[in-house]
Design a protein around this ligand. Sequence first.
Ligand SMILES: Nc1ncnc2c1ncn2[C@@H]1O[C@H](COP(=O)(O)OP(=O)(O)OP(=O)(O)O)[C@@H](O)[C@H]1O
Ligand SMILES: [Mg+2]
Length: 253
Amino acid sequence: MKDLRTDPRAAARTASRIELSDVGLSIDGRAVLQGLSFATAEARVGIVGRNGSGKSTLSRVIAGLVAPRTGQVRINGHDPARDRRAALREVGILFQNPDHQIIFPTVIEEIAFGLTQMGQPRTDAAEAARAILARFGVAHWQDAQVATLSQGQKHLVCLMAVVAMAPGLLILDEPFAGLDIPTRAQLTRYLSHYAGSLMHISHDPRDLAGYDRVIWIDKGTVRMQGPAHPVLEAYVTEMTRNGEADDLADLAR
Ligand SMILES: Nc1ncnc2c1ncn2[C@@H]1O[C@H](COP(=O)(O)OP(=O)(O)OP(=O)(O)O)[C@@H](O)[C@H]1O
Ligand SMILES: [Mg+2]
């Protein structure tokens, strides 16, 4: 657990450089991301946007799990889709849907797996996994079958698995979805001490207040970006107007 990036005494957060230029990606012939560009070197980046705007797809592109059809992605100078070794070292991702992430039958195996992939001996990885379970107050889960956990509990297992690897850039896709109030508070506290960069995708502007930068994604491109307050204010104003216009049909486009 030496490398857990949660030491509150850490003098400064280490920010990852995330650079996207003119990124485009089509799925089934439909443009999901297009002309998407931004560059950040801040430690706390929030992403907002409507359902279907491309946020989760963007997170996969940044993690290097999907290569864009056009444009360039660089994380600390590395192309994450081509340089998989660098991407695994530098970027961790919590998927929106835990069922896309979980591959092992028991909680301890799920958490230890990433650490063994990073080269830790099996016994060290198991010890580190137990430490992170204890830190989140769920030491008794270690031998639980993941399949028997609730959706919110599975989400927390995925989160513990990714933070155990202490990536320099931690991408969280709706991390609070399905978590109860105490777990959410515990996670918020934990994240506030995270010494690496966070890219936090959320529908709830309250989650991102105080972030260094917020990027609003709309129809696969950047609609607005800047300090949290003005971007979130503009976003909420438009979302409220959309809600009143009852345009749910837009989701089908
Ligand atoms: N594997 C896929 N196959 C087909 N279409 C996809 C796939 N992945 C994403 N899409 C489409 O791309 C668009 C963007 O999806 P994405 O999941 O990135 O949106 P999102 O902003 O994360 O939405 P939400 O807020 O609902 O999580 C959607 O229209 C979706 O239907
Ligand atoms: Mg999503």
